[in-house]
Design a protein around this ligand. Structure first.
Ligand code: ADP
Ligand code: ZN
Ligand code: ZN
Length: 718
């Protein structure tokens, strides 16, 4: 039986009733608790060949607890889905039960919901099932929080209001048609489309065709962050009138999440749209998977089971022999490599669907045209011109807050988080919705962007007592001030996680931009994704250089992708005949990344990156796993990690496994919750060898529990 406990073993229970099929959900007792379990294996109690797991194999039969019994009405897990869970557990090295049971919606795991309050009564689950069987015919006029199921109606009108709906869709262009023709067949496809090339249209049309072609077919659409993509959900509801769509986002209630999960498991919801966790949704008739923005690191879960939803999507599509579409304007190096190896088929949408040429990118060398107060002369001039022409400008700076650090001019003290040791960011208090709020320094705060710790701004230097503390560098709040001073009559809107916390709020801000109620938008990454702004004629990237010197080998790829996305916001629907522009301020105009960016040569940049990775033997030319530890005592942790590294290296050598162990190195940030964090990294040309060595590492980890270790297979940030 699989239960959600952190043991590598499963547990044995006795049952004398009729044989329950594998995948049956049952009530099991665990200590004093009643928990949800799943039947995964049957053995005769009297059989001598009973092969239970190590933990229970020695238990005498009378010690084995009786099973509480099956949960009636709860659809048994199908073998394909169990296969996916088993693969995920094995590959990402987690106990099967913590995945198959532990990742179920919380409401379904709560046994109280399955047990009637009184004998012969009805459970919460029974009542949920009533609502479910009314199914498709029930119009959804639920409260917002319950509004996970979208059908055409209010949503469609919303979409219309924000200018997305078309009376009739324009005919597909030839690139879109050939992409759709290709993905009508099973296989893994990369849909490389420049921003605005009509990828979303391909997704919706592919989903429509798939659902129309088969009475049962289900489609899974994954997006990096659903709260921030209400427009995408709107497009699907519009394209699929009358189809039950389950949208799994963070704002639905637990009960609703359970209902949507069941609806997918029964094959009732034909389309599921969700973030990374949605890859785990049971969908018995799954016939098409779409992963939008496949390069996005949000597909990698960074705690618990550290899985990559994109990679699991590849596995799941192969298991089912179905179609997977990996869409992106900047496919990841991993994906490009698979195209080069002819494992994935490459489809391109090379031009904007609206026929507009991509806005040209220009570099501003800040050595010659310094970014005074964050903006160079040329940028200022360009903004002024766009405003004079009645257009809008977007100023991008991927740094929240007012200034990245507060420092003392006389002794060099700088603000740091006492827990993490990283610089704390100076924040001016914001009143949400207000364009530019000013308040006395006393209310300003220093905030740690890693752990969220906040503290008031000290009146004087904690080290030398000097009163002359000054903000160093610039965040979006400060840039907003620069813009307000330079363009006093312009309406400025700042968008970042401090002003916008939810999808709904973002939607409202985006509508403001679309209604031309703002002239200059200044903000972070949040703005970069997929939004359509008709009058955006200028994009200024204020400062992206810090990412160039990030030691993570994936940092440049990430920056390149962000800048391509941001640049794609300019001139999406140019009607005025005025050409749109993209200006990038940089100290390193010669950098390779900027050279490819100028040409907007995504494939060329990917080739160059891949060549580097191949030379350095980095993924995707090798496989990686990190073994991480955290402990108060840095010296001890380093020492033990060194011991582990050497043991693993020796073990690999003895067995002739091609694995190299590196480290230990500190992670970023080094400190968290008072513990020093370090890791060793294993790299190998052979996955099986790597996994075998991880098993060795795990037995070591079990003997060093105080080190708080975990394994991350295919880590994205190293
Ligand atoms: P992407 O998802 O690649 O950014 P979208 O699907 O959002 O692109 O399309 C960008 C814009 O082009 C949208 O306004 C969309 O309505 C329009 N569009 C899409 N396909 C076509 C087409 N075949 N002909 C004309 N316009 C199109
Ligand atoms: Zn000082
Ligand atoms: Zn911190």
């Amino acid at each position: 039986m699989a239960v959600d406990v952190p043991l590598t073993a499963t547990l044995d229970y006795a049952w004398s009733g009729e044989t329950l099929p594998h995948g049956t959900w049952v009530v099991a007792s665990l200590g004093r608790r009643q928990v949800l379990g799943m039947v995964i294996q049957w053995d005769q109690m009297d059989s001598s060949s009973r092969f239970g797991d190590e933990v229970n194999a020695t238990l005498p039969p009378e010690k084995i607890k009786p099973l509480g019994g099956p949960l009636i009405g709860f659809p048994a897990a199908d073998p394909k889905w169990i296969g996916l869970m088993a693969f995920a557990a094995r590959y990402y090295r987690r106990p099967f039960g913590t995945i198959a049971v532990g990742l179920l919606p919380k409401w379904l795991r709560d046994i109280k919901n399955h047990i009637p309050k009184k004998e012969g009564g009805r459970s919460n689950f029974d009542r949920l099932m009533d609502g479910l069987s009314e199914g498709v015919r029930t119009p959804t006029h639920n409260k917002d929080a319950e509004n996970g199921t979208h059908r055409t109606g209010r949503r469609e009108r919303d979409a219309f209001r924000i200018g997305l709906a078309q009376e009739s869709e324009p005919p597909l262009n030839s690139d879109q048609s050939s992409a759709l023709a290709a993905i009508a067949h099973p296989g893994i496809f990369v849909l490389h489309g420049v921003t605005g090339s009509g990828k979303t249209r391909v997704y919706t049309e592919a989903a429509r065709r798939s659902i129309a072609s088969d009475r049962q077919a289900q489609v899974l659409v994954m997006v990096p962050e659903i709260g921030l993509t209400p427009q995408l959900v709107g497009r699907f509801t519009q394209a699929l009138p009358g189809v039950e769509i389950a949208v799994l986002h963070s704002e639905v209630t637990e009960r609703e999440r359970a209902r949507l999960w069941l609806s997918a498991a029964f094959g009732r919801a034909r389309l599921v749209i969700g973030t990374r966790l949605s890859i785990m949704t049971p969908m018995p008739y799954l016939s098409l998977i779409i992963v939008d923005e496949e390069h996005d690191h949000s597909y990698k879960q960074q705690e618990g089971m550290r899985y990559s939803a994109r990679d699991l999507a590849v596995w799941r599509a192969q298991q089912l022999g179905t179609t997977l579409v990996l869409g992106s304007a900047t496919p990841s190096a991993e994906t490009w490599a698979q195209v080069q190896r002819r494992k994935y088929r490459y489809l391109a949408l090379a031009h904007r669907a609206t026929g507009e040429p991509a806005a040209p990118i220009e570099l501003i060398d800040t050595l010659h045209d310094p970014a005074k107060e964050g903006l160079s002369e040329r940028s200022r001039h360009a903004i002024a011109q766009v405003l004079a022409d009645g257009g809008q400008a977007l100023v991008f700076l991927n740094r929240r807050g007012y200034a990245p650090v507060l420092a003392c001019a006389s002794c060099g003290w700088s603000s740091r988080c006492s827990d993490c040791g990283v610089a704390t960011v100076l924040h001016r208090p914001d009143r949400i919705g207000e364009v530019s709020s000013r308040s006395p320094l006393g209310q300003w705060r220093l905030q740690c962007h890693h752990c969220g710790n906040g503290s008031p701004v000290p009146r004087q230097c904690p080290d030398c007592g000097d009163l002359d503390l000054a903000p160093i560098g610039r965040g979006v709040q400060r840039l907003e001030d620069t813009l307000a001073a330079a363009f006093p009559s312009a309406r400025i809107l700042r968008i970042d996680r401090d002003t916008v916390r939810q999808g709904k709020a973002l939607e409202a801000e985006i509508e403001k931009i679309q209604r031309h109620e703002v002239d200059i938008v200044v903000g972070t990454q949040m703005l970069a994704k997929g939004h359509d702004f008709a009058r955006m004629r200028l994009v200024v990237v204020a400062d992206a250089d810090t990412q160039l010197i990030n030691p993570d080998f994936r940092a440049p790829e990430r920056l390149f992708s962000t800048l391509i996305q941001v640049a794609g916001r300019a001139g999406r629907h140019e009607q005025s005949g005025v050409a749109a522009r993209v200006l990038i301020q940089t100290r390193y105009p010669q950098h390779r990344l900027y050279r490819y960016l100028l040409k907007q040569d995504v494939a060329g940049y990917a080739r160059a990156e891949l060549l580097d990775r191949e030379t350095a033997n980095l993924p995707p030319f090798s496989y990686m796993a990190a073994i991480r530890a955290a402990h108060r005592d840095e010296a001890k942790t380093r020492k033990l990690l060194r011991v582990l590294r050497d043991e693993l290296q020796q073990f690999a050598a003895q067995h002739g496994w091609p694995v190299t162990a590196y480290g230990p190195v500190a992670r970023y940030p080094e400190m968290q919750a008072g513990k020093w964090r370090g890791q060793i990294v294993l790299e190998s040309s052979a996955r099986p060898a790597l996994h075998q060595l991880l098993a060795v590492a795990e037995s070591w980890m079990a003997e060093h529990r105080d080190l708080d270790c975990h394994v991350d297979v295919d880590p994205v940030e190293v």
